[in-house]
Ligand binder design. Structure first.
Ligand SMILES: [Zn+2]
Length: 162
């Protein structure tokens, strides 16, 4: 089972889906706002359909770290991506990446991640500072019900049938 398969299985177990789709027509910024797709501009090739609990990608090999981040938008945030407070699910992301077997990719893609309100990049910190931050974000996620028994869970459920 590849890391991508593991992430897909996690999404399925939470009532959602990770799926490869054909590339959207035209440049991705031209996707109409009512399409239901949310795109993170720095994470090309990935999009989120928040209401449908779905992350889609259209490159053959998606950036797994970025994919884990998008999973956070779908399963660990009730608000749509544009309004989400991503810092809330940073510790959740790390545990999902570990379970998926792609923590190396996750660290790499989180290098530019700006630490909650501070303006500093995660990748610019020493390993011990990173560990401290992760431990504190995991504690936060646990207090907020995103992690149960050491395992990252989904705080969302599909409302309507697909
Ligand atoms: Zn994001």
């Amino acid at each position: 089972m590849t890391p991508l398969d593991r992430l897909k299985a996690m999404a399925r177990s939470w009532g959602g889906e990770i799926r490869r789709v054909p590339p959207p027509p035209g440049h991705f910024f031209s996707i109409p706002p009512d399409s239901g797709l949310s795109l993170c501009p720095f994470e090309g090739g990935l999009a989120v359909e928040h209401a449908r609990l779905r992350v889609v990608f259209w490159n053959e090999y998606p950036d797994l770290g970025a994919l884990v981040h998008e999973m956070g938008h779908v399963f660990a945030a009730r608000k749509v991506p544009a309004r989400a407070r991503e810092w809330r699910f940073f510790g959740w992301e790390y545990l999902v990446a570990r379970r998926g077997g792609c923590s190396v990719e996750w660290f790499k893609s989180s290098g530019d991640y700006v630490i909650g309100g501070g303006g500093r990049a995660f990748g610019g910190l020493s390993p011990s500072a990173q560990r401290k931050i992760l431990a504190s974000r995991i504690r936060f996620a646990r207090r907020n019900g995103l992690i149960k028994g050491g395992v990252p869970v989904s705080i969302r459920r599909r409302r309507t049938k697909p």
